[in-house]
Design a protein around this ligand. Structure first.
Ligand SMILES: [Zn+2]
Length: 314
């Protein structure tokens, strides 16, 4: 076996589980992603390692794909039971270092500026993983991260590829005939591409470029779900999905609309926007916003700044 997969539970998250992969390194073992900081996940990780005959102290490296709670927040726990080096994409580190208060304010203001009712923005901040796992995030921010560069060859037979989009510093790790894809390429769901408080970052444009970058006949080992037999097939589907959504948004813009109103009018796979909980509403608004930013850069839509931002077709 070239590597192992340990599936860790994600209590309270729709995805249900996150995959942590274990690879052999010259001085022990490496993990791809850490998991969510919960009792269940910590227990599952220790039990998973035990079933593989690996002692926690043999973990010498932890490679993180991106800073979302379900991937990174268990890192401090691992630091307590082992002394690994921690790796993360270099674009991600500065993002991670933003203070919680700043981040919360930036999000709330931006979503309000894009037509979200104040109660949606406020409620979102309360249930956002950044606040639910705040303590774990604060610990994780302090870890001595090693910044991984695009194309960098690492121990354990891994090569890092920077794949911004899902987050500004998302990184996948190429391994033998496959790729540990993190949340860049998932088998069942389309990774959420949303707005980030990072100047000049066009998430959908970055994401589509990053998909092209890993367009190689290879297996995919995703953070959620089972192995993908050929990632190029899945990439084709993902690109098609976003092209369709771009077309749909243009079709919806018959009159000036806010990002929130656009999100209300899109046909979502998960059902109607009005029935979404706050969490999924914010996801939907972010998703609509990333597509509008993409169309804006293409010159296909124009923004009109009033007290809120309206989008029109030029
Ligand atoms: Zn993620």
């Amino acid at each position: 076996m070239a590597f192992f997969r340990i599936s860790l539970p994600l209590p309270g998250m729709e995805l249900g589980h996150v995959n942590v992969y274990v690879v052999k390194c010259s001085d022990g073992y490496g993990l791809i992603d850490a998991g969510l900081a919960t009792y269940d996940a910590a227990l599952s990780l220790l039990r998973g390692l035990k079933s593989l005959g690996i002692k926690p102290s043999e973990i010498t490296k932890v490679f993180i794909t991106h800073y979302h709670a379900d991937h990174i927040t268990l890192a401090q726990f691992i630091a307590e039971v082992a002394s690994p080096d921690f790796y993360i994409g270099e674009g991600e580190v500065s993002e991670v270092a933003t203070s919680f208060e700043d981040l919360a304010r930036l999000y709330a203001e931006e979503y309000r500026r894009h037509g979200a009712p104040a109660e949606v923005a406020e409620a979102f901040l309360k249930i956002h993983p950044m606040s639910r796992y705040r303590k774990a995030f604060e610990d994780v921010w302090k870890l001595p991260w090693k910044r991984v560069k695009d194309g960098e060859l690492l121990d354990c037979g891994l090569k890092a590829l920077s794949t911004p989009g899902h987050t500004p510093g998302h990184t996948v790790y190429i391994y033998r005939d496959g790729v540990f894809t993190g949340d860049h390429i998932l088998p069942k769901i389309t990774p959420n591409i949303s707005w980030y408080p990072k100047k000049g970052f066009n998430p959908l444009k970055a994401y589509l470029n990053s998909l092209r970058k890993v367009y190689i006949k290879a297996k995919g080992y995703p953070a959620h779900g089972d192995e993908i037999s050929d990632i190029t097939t899945r990439i084709d589907e993902l690109v098609k999905h976003h092209e369709k959504r771009l077309g749909e948004i243009l079709a919806v813009l018959k009159e000036p609309l806010t990002t929130y109103q656009v999100a209300q009018r899109i046909k979502w796979d998960a059902g109607s926007f009005e029935n979404f909980d706050v969490y999924n509403k914010i996801f939907a608004i972010g998703e609509a916003y990333s597509h509008l930013l993409y169309l804006e850069e293409m010159g296909a839509v124009k923004r009109v700044e009033k007290d809120v931002v309206y989008w029109t077709r030029p």
